[in-house]
Design a protein around this ligand. Structure first.
Ligand SMILES: Cc1cc2nc3c(=O)[nH]c(=O)nc-3n(C[C@H](O)[C@H](O)[C@H](O)COP(=O)(O)OP(=O)(O)OC[C@H]3O[C@@H](n4cnc5c(N)ncnc54)[C@H](O)[C@@H]3O)c2cc1C
Ligand code: FES
Length: 255
């Protein structure tokens, strides 16, 4: 884990509500893995006091990309950073995704800004010669992550709530088509998406591995404050920041 002052090299709007920032952060990029995150200081003063966690979107040689969907003061300040400005970043934090050596077919599911870490994982999987299907859900067409930004090897399928692009309905409606094909599943998105995924896996009686990246509210980001704990079926409380943010779905308690 490093503290690095990262220079913003690029910032572009990629959907109606998401911005992609490219940061020059060689020390972080050297250690980074898909599924890890940065804890970003958002201002020079005390407000907002806490850093904001943002997943690594893409990882380059000397750069890392963030995909930000602003929802409040902190995330808006990050999304508005212009080229030449800097961001004080702590990271890479968390465990990241793992790809089992025997896995050949990866099924990735992203909802909203949950597409961020999925793209970095897709990049790595394609680099390793694996087959990747990426399913993405948004409210409407203007929220859909552009296919042109993905590696051409990735098969991309979209669902929108209003049917303005792709399948009308939930992203998880697309899942049964690919479930038999997939060796391993990966997902990041809102809790209702996880619950729907859980339900589909249970009804299919599938014991395939499903790695989820959780987005709990965080404070310290390093496992010290217990502000982000989740309960596991083994009866342990795990911190999303230090033990996660990636967890095997079946290891968590779902209520
Ligand atoms: C491991 C991890 C990775 C993340 N990756 C990304 C990412 O790649 N891109 C991205 O845009 N965001 C990501 N988030 C969410 C992001 O950290 C929050 O949206 C941000 O901290 C909100 O801060 P704020 O000051 O903008 O909003 P606040 O003023 O703190 O909150 C504004 C509103 O957003 C809600 N909110 C706050 N945090 C979250 C959250 N984690 N999830 C859902 N709603 C929340 C609040 O309840 C409130 O209603 C991630 C969170 C975690 C824990
Ligand atoms: S944010 Fe402090 S333990 Fe996770």
């Amino acid at each position: 884990m490093k503290l690095e002052t990262a220079e913003v090299l690029e910032n572009g709007q990629v959907t109606a509500d998401m911005w992609a920032l490219r940061l020059r952060a060689p020390q972080i990029a050297r250690e980074a893995r898909p599924g890890q995150f940065l804890h970003v200081r958002v201002g020079d003063g005390l407000d907002p006091l806490l850093r904001r966690p943002i997943s690594l979107h893409r990882i380059g040689e000397d750069t890392v990309d963030l995909l930000v969907r602003p929802v409040g003061k902190g995330s808006w300040q990050i999304a508005r950073k212009m080229p030449g400005e800097t961001l004080d970043c702590m990271g890479p934090l968390g465990n990241g995704f793992s790809i089992h050596p025997s896995a050949r077919h990866l099924l990735l599911i992203g909802g909203g800004c949950g597409i961020g870490p999925m793209v970095g994982l897709a990049d790595l999987a394609v680099e390793r010669g694996l087959s990747v299907v990426l399913l993405f859900g948004a409210r409407s067409a203007d929220g859909v992550y552009p296919a042109a930004l993905l590696s051409p090897e990735v098969e991309y399928s979209v669902a929108t709530d209003d049917g303005s692009l792709g399948h009308q309905g939930l992203v998880t409606d697309l899942l049964p088509t690919y479930l038999g094909w997939a060796d391993a599943l990966y997902a990041c998105g809102p809790r209702p998406m996880f619950l729907s995924l859980l339900d589909i896996m249970r009804r299919a009686n599938s014991n395939k591995t499903v790695q989820l990246s959780l987005e709990e509210n965080m404070a310290c980001g390093v496992g010290a404050c217990f502000g982000c704990v989740v309960e596991t079926r083994a009866g342990e409380m795990k911190s999303v920041c230090a033990d996660g943010p990636v967890f095997e779905m079946r290891d968590l308690v779902w209520r």
